[in-house]
Design a protein around this ligand. Sequence first.
Ligand SMILES: Cc1cc2nc3c(=O)[nH]c(=O)nc-3n(C[C@H](O)[C@H](O)[C@H](O)COP(=O)(O)OP(=O)(O)OC[C@H]3O[C@@H](n4cnc5c(N)ncnc54)[C@H](O)[C@@H]3O)c2cc1C
Length: 407
Amino acid sequence: MDFNDSLEEAAYREKARAWLAQNAAEHRAQFGELKPNTDQHMVAAKAWQARKASAGYACITWPAAIGGGGGTPIQSVIFGQEETKAGLSYGYFTIGLGMCVPTVMAFSNTETKQRFVSPAVKGEEIWCQLFSEPAGGSDVAALRTRAVRDGDEWVINGQKVWTTGAHYCDYGILLTRTDPDVPKHKGLTMFWIDMKDAAVECRPIHQMSGGREFNEVYFTDLRVKDSQRLGEVGEGWKVALVTLMNERLAVGGSSGPNYREIMGLARELTGATGPAIKDNAFREKLADWYVQSEGLKFTRFRTMTALSRGQTPGPESSIGKIIAANQMQDLANTAVEMEDQYGILIDPDQAPAEAAFQQSLMWAPGLRIAGGTDEILKNIIAERVLGLPGDVRVDKDVAFKDMPTGR
Ligand SMILES: Cc1cc2nc3c(=O)[nH]c(=O)nc-3n(C[C@H](O)[C@H](O)[C@H](O)COP(=O)(O)OP(=O)(O)OC[C@H]3O[C@@H](n4cnc5c(N)ncnc54)[C@H](O)[C@@H]3O)c2cc1C
């Protein structure tokens, strides 16, 4: 394991820092500080993405010929670290560029790739992932959205849920059931679809944080051409695995306040028994968070070393999300309790630490579910990292139409 940048990596980091210093300043001068999930925030996000694309800093590992940076995975990690430090990370493109467009690139023809990849890299078009349904979340292969062939077209009816960004996205990748007579994993087919089609209806889900990031999405006789199919008929699971493998890497860490910030807060707050920082129960928790954070740091170094050597990180990257999301929730919960009556304030101008812990508390449960719940990640770690016996899968060989539904 090597913790330091090589000479080439250090040079790349310097170049990225210099570019970010100049361009982040210009971008801020143009747009100022904006609230997320507003129209203007989206305009600023698209402008930043276009600026990165023109300098080769968007999709760094993709070939320059398709709009990428022609760089290496480690360069992509380095730029991501510096961009986060510069405080300019817009989340709108993560699902599209991290998961959907790579799937389109892997399973579509040259014409489709030429049409879609470059506008996505430049931030002109945004993509969403339409997998989860009320009956198919962790067990996504149990989904029910039906696609029926009609000549050179497919007719799609059904419902998705928790679709991040569906309300502002231009295109999506949609996993459907095309054959209910075979076991669940074998009767699926993937398509790309136009989210602005009149047969696609997005209904927003309002969150406790006041945000509106997710949607229910309904399809009523949506017609798509067979040329919109990604992969072979009945091989949608193989296509979905490519998306899901990319998801594990894309939904990696957490960006909320950490143990250092809660230590700062504890120095400022005084409870019934004196300063919070002197409280033994708090100090014990602080020690746990520190140990976890160091463990995460070294696990990340291991991933970076693998990338630096041209290797692909394995299923052990699931450890990062499970630890980070649980720590985020525990830490935010403790901080909000310490803030006492101020813990219920969400206005950054009034709440301690600009309400960062309140925001974290409301986001953490979602992070523990998105991209694989705690239990699913534990199964992955048990089976694929530790080599323990597999989960019980009783419906593996049963035709989908014969699976019990409770009705
Ligand atoms: C922030 C966020 C963003 C999301 N964005 C998207 C998106 O853009 N597109 C999309 O398609 N989906 C998205 N989702 C949905 C997400 O993929 C699902 O919520 C997730 O896969 C869990 O599915 P579920 O909600 O149906 O829960 P279920 O699968 O019903 O799980 C319920 C509970 O049962 C447990 N469980 C299930 N199976 C097992 C098992 N085999 N062993 C042990 N325990 C088990 C789970 O861990 C969980 O605690 C998003 C979710 C969140 C929270």
